[in-house]
Design a protein around this ligand. Structure first.
Ligand code: NA7
Length: 543
């Protein structure tokens, strides 16, 4: 795009969530001039937009927080075991103020284009206000669950009531008192909001297509002795998280489900249920690999559902049988199954009787009309690639990301894309990303990116980009690792893009483990950026 007077920076960061804020901190401290462009009217990304009732992180707050500054982690006190959305948003804002980051963040600015110029080795980033920014580096901190997906069901334009998506919730909140509310979707967002909406609304209709496993979060105020113990051992805990499978301090049982007795298995499953949330997936080391071990855990949870839900038919309708437990993101909620014992809550099975259309007064399924005053879409996101494909960066020789990714995302290490020099993605497809504590991944990625930039500057290079061969090999590896797990046969989830009509069905995150991944990307950097082209030339040795 031709323009006369672009604003010039060393790096432009797109997005001011947990990723963009840390990228800004890190690169600024390294002496770069940085501009962060954020579409929202505030910082926080996911935690700015997902304000639905009950929105809460499913990773423990003492883990789901930055580790880069010891004073920060010692000073900040989390009130609950799992932090609520408002608390995480306060935390991000605290970080921005504490480290004087705000002046570098431009809000209400949607990035609409990013184009690389081969002649000058610069990126030009354009915004919806017609501004242009020129920089050497473009850092995409655009989020992985940042494009809300409202199903294309016809008739929504006719609906006379109010409607909302979980990921785009009004800041003033939604008053559902005295109203009839319908919720479509029973993933993490739906299962968190349903108990609260049931409490507030007159009547609640839950439109469920596929039941999900929802663990009790077992959330409660943090006990002072727990906080003290963590703060005294933070260096060890952070180091452990960085080398762990999922980037946090939950310990996976080193035993295989097969090597212990049936009684021991049951005791372990009970133990994991009591620990709550994602702990269930750490019950046995092979729970996501061995179908029989997984089947037993799945049946264990179905048994819990039957014991909680009074009406046997409703219990059965709520019992997941479509996917092995954990191959769709496990939900973590409070009082979810109990909610279906309430008089004012009705489960509508829209797998048996699919939603036909939205009408002026509510939802029409194949066999009934349901009137609602408020309709809530907890229907998920165009995950992992949605934001980047919409932004559609243009790399070398006019190559468009959308074309390059037409058959699914192609990245090297989830951090870079061949043909897109000096463009970095934080928590991109092909990285552990949604398969990890996002804050751990964000820190690892940002630190790797900052080191790569320092390497270029320290050695007189202008550009770094993935070689096409290294990228192809990485994509192959990402799939190979997934194919060794039960994810192989569980394609009907957003991990595969299956929730978006027409999206290529490709497994997007890297399930090889946060620690393994971190060691690998670190070794590649130390070996001279193996698999990358520096100033267009092959670099690095076998690490
Ligand atoms: P999810 O996990 O993608 O869940 C979306 C839910 O919406 C899921 O139950 C879907 O059923 C349902 N859905 C989507 N479209 C429709 C239509 N057209 N009709 C009926 N039901 C529909 O999104 P969340 O926001 O809950 O969670 C996303 C991630 O955020 C989560 O995994 C955590 O990592 C945080 P389906 O299963 O497709 O039948």
């Amino acid at each position: 795009a031709a323009q006369t007077n672009p604003q010039k920076y060393d790096a432009v960061v797109v997005g001011a969530g947990l990723a963009g804020v840390y990228a800004l901190y890190k690169l600024r401290n390294q002496g770069l001039s940085v501009r962060v462009l954020e579409a929202g009217s505030g910082i926080g990304g996911t935690w700015y937009h997902n304000r639905y009732p009950g929105a809460r992180c499913d990773i423990e707050s003492l883990d789901y927080s930055y580790s880069f500054d010891n004073e920060l982690q010692q000073d900040w006190s989390w009130t609950e075991r799992y932090a609520s959305q408002p608390e995480i948003l306060r935390y991000i804002n605290h970080v921005a103020d504490r480290f004087d980051l705000r002046e570098h963040i431009q809000l209400d600015t949607k990035v609409t284009s990013a184009v690389f110029d081969d002649a000058t080795n610069t990126w030009t980033v354009g915004t919806d206000a017609g501004e242009h920014f020129e920089s050497r580096f473009a850092v995409m901190a655009t989020g992985v669950l940042s494009v809300p997906q409202v199903p294309s069901t016809t008739g929504l334009e006719d609906f006379q009531g109010e409607w909302y998506h979980s990921g785009d919730w009004p800041h003033e909140g939604v008053d559902v008192r005295g109203k009839r509310v319908g919720v479509i979707g029973t993933g993490s967002s739906g299962t968190q909001m349903i108990p609260i909406l049931a409490d507030q609304a007159d009547e609640l209709l839950v439109f469920q297509r596929t039941p999900n496993f929802c663990m009790p979060a077992q959330n409660y105020p943090i006990r002072p002795e727990v906080e003290q113990e963590w703060k005294a051992t933070y260096p060890e805990r952070r180091a452990f998280a960085r080398q762990s499978g999922f980037g946090h301090n939950q310990v996976t049982n080193p035993k295989s489900g097969k090597e212990v007795s049936a009684a021991e298995r049951l005791a372990e499953l009970e133990n994991r249920w009591d620990l709550g949330g994602l702990y269930m997936m750490r019950a046995f080391k092979d729970i996501l690999v061995d179908k029989e071990v997984n089947d037993e855990a799945s049946e264990f949870v179905r048994g819990k559902i039957r014991s909680i839900v009074a009406d046997p038919q409703t219990a059965e309708a709520l019992s997941p049988r479509h996917l092995p437990i954990g191959t769709k993101r496990l939900c973590s909620g409070t009082g979810y199954y109990e909610t279906f014992n309430r008089e004012n809550v009705t489960l509508v099975n829209v797998r048996e009787s699919p939603i036909d259309r939205i009408t002026a007064t509510g939802v029409r399924t194949a066999d009934a009309d349901y009137d609602v005053d408020v309709l809530v879409f907890a229907t998920g996101f165009d995950a992992m690639t949605g934001a980047l494909n919409r932004l559609n960066p243009v790399g070398r020789d006019g190559r468009q990301l959308r074309d390059h990714w037409a058959a699914g995302p192609q990245t090297y290490l989830g951090l870079t894309v061949s043909g897109f020099p000096n463009m970095f993605i934080i928590a991109g497809p092909g990285s552990p990303s949604v398969f990890s504590n996002m804050v751990t991944s964000i820190e690892q990625h940002v630190e790797w990116i900052a080191d790569a930039i320092a390497h270029l500057d320290g050695n007189g290079f202008d550009t770094i980009e993935a070689s096409p061969e290294a990228e192809a090999e990485w994509v192959r590896h990402v799939n190979e690792v997934a194919n060794k797990t039960l994810y192989r046969d569980s394609k009907a989830t957003w991990f595969y893009g299956a929730n978006i009509p027409g999206k290529p069905v490709v497994f997007m995150p890297y399930v090889g483990g946060v620690g393994n991944y971190w060691n690998r990307i670190t070794a590649l950097a130390q070996a001279g950026y193996t698999g990358f082209l520096l100033d267009g030339r092959e670099s690095g040795s076998e690490p």
